[in-house]
Design a binder for this molecule. Structure first.
Ligand code: NDP
Length: 398
């Protein structure tokens, strides 16, 4: 490890963890020493083998604070890059405070027993991180993450004031399986089946899950796809940090096939997150469902097509109204060829690496708890451009 490079501890060896490990290993001048830790160390070793060594592995249960603290004290990393599950966010933030290690994650905390997505639990750590002189960066994947940075970039370069924001997440890819989720099935299904909330005139408006749909003509030949409005965590932080924002909505594409399967699974009770007694033991149906569904980390070899994720902002520049679309296109096959993963893991893992690089090189700094839109988008988006996630900008009719 050179004197300028850093030691990073990556926690979680799933689909996203694999991408983060590959992308960090591509920049040894920044990430000179990489430790990949997860509940199952064998998964870490497999990734280390893919990389031909040069990456150390460790076993840790991130639900056990004492284990995480012991690992952090042993390894003394310059950053904990958390890509395990959102349930562990608070345990890991506590462990970082106890050991003086900066923190980064890609998904906001949610309690296992309720699918409730909000930043309140993590924002409550603001004073403690500030007093400790440590930075915690929340939600640095694609959405949240790059979508926050796209919004910050538009606010900085393209608008005097953004009034309306639509975040659009399209997966125009196909894995050829009857039903599979693109990232952790438990987290994905909790998110999709939760009631929709969007921001309008200072209020949160709640509507039933997936009850509002439109068609949107996606760029570069992808064409029209059905988009469904749903709640997504970056809406909360953007509504808080973007002055003048009147409306913010999040939209995602789903195939008819995905929705048909989801409806049946919901109707038969398989998406429940409360415990059910079965043969003398408690089983959580959604956790059992995760165990029988395909592992998203294994979908890479069979997924074809592209993702298109971006932000449409409407507002004013120099008194003139305008509407601008900033987006990324990413091909599943290209991601697989580069790092052995499909584009959903890739588009999450690359920004996590880029955010970590911003922190480790001092391009992003500060003490406290931050969301991505609070930091300068320029060096981050330049890094994404170099690391495989270029952006495109078009002006749309008003
Ligand atoms: P996976 O389920 O594929 O991977 C999760 C990894 O975390 C697995 O290696 C798992 O280990 C490990 N893990 C789970 N619990 C623990 C624990 N208690 N202690 C240690 N390790 C644990 O998920 P993904 O890689 O698909 O997603 C990772 C994260 O990225 C999630 O938080 C997800 O919400 C987030 N995400 C964010 C996106 C964004 O754009 N912001 C988009 C997509 C995902 P094991 O194999 O033993 O289960």
């Amino acid at each position: 490890m050179s004197s300028d490079s850093s030691r990073v501890l990556i926690l979680g060896a799933g689909g996203v963890g694999r991408v983060v490990a590959h992308k960090c290993a591509q920049q040894p001048e920044v990430f000179g020493d990489i430790v990949l830790a997860s509940r199952n160390e064998e998964k870490c070793r497999r990734i280390a083998d893919e990389l031909g060594g040069g990456l150390r592995t460790a076993q840790v249960d991130a639900d056990r604070p004492e284990e995480v603290e012991a690992l952090l004290r042993r390894e003394r990393p310059d950053l904990l890059l958390h890509v395990a599950l959102p349930y562990q966010d608070l345990t890991l933030m506590e462990a970082c405070l106890a050991t003086g290690v900066p923190y980064l994650d890609t998904a906001n905390y949610e309690p296992p027993e309720t699918a409730r997505f909000e930043y309140s639990w993590q924002w409550a750590y603001e004073d403690r991180f500030r007093e400790a002189g440590l930075m915690a960066l929340l939600g640095c994947g694609f959405d949240p993450g790059v979508t926050n940075a796209y919004t910050a970039w538009l606010a900085k370069h393209d608008f005097d004031r953004i009034e309306e924001l639509d975040i659009l997440d399209a997966n125009a890819g196909d894995h050829g399986l009857p039903f599979a989720t693109n990232f952790n099935p438990e987290i994905n299904i909790r998110e999709v089946t939760a009631p929709c909330r969007h921001y309008e005139d200072g209020e949160w408006v709640e509507t039933p899950a997936l009850s509002t749909a439109e068609s949107f003509d996606f760029p570069d030949g992808i064409g029209p796809l059905r988009i469904y409005r749903m709640y997504h965590e970056e809406l909360e932080s953007l509504a808080r940090h973007l002055p003048g924002l009147r409306r913010a909505q999040f939209w995602m594409t789903f195939s008819d096939n995905y929705l048909k399967h989801l409806e049946v699974l919901e109707n038969v009770g398989m998406t429940r997150i409360d415990p059910v007694e079965y043969e003398g033991r408690e089983v959580i149906p959604l956790q059992f469902l995760k165990a029988v569904l395909p592992d998203p980390g294994d979908l890479g070899a069979r997924t074809r097509g592209r993702t298109c994720i971006g932000v449409i902002a409407r507002g004013k520049k120099g008194g003139e109204p305008r509407r601008v679309y900033l987006y990324n296109l990413c091909r599943h096959e290209d991601c697989y060829e580069e790092v052995g993963s499909q584009a959903i893991s890739y588009t999450t893992g690359v920004p996590a690496m880029a955010g970590a690089k911003m922190m480790l090189t001092g391009q992003w700094s500060g003490a406290g708890v931050f969301n991505v839109e609070q930091l300068d988008p320029d060096p981050f988006l330049a890094e994404l451009e170099r690391s495989g996630l270029p952006r495109h900008r078009v002006e749309l009719p008003l």
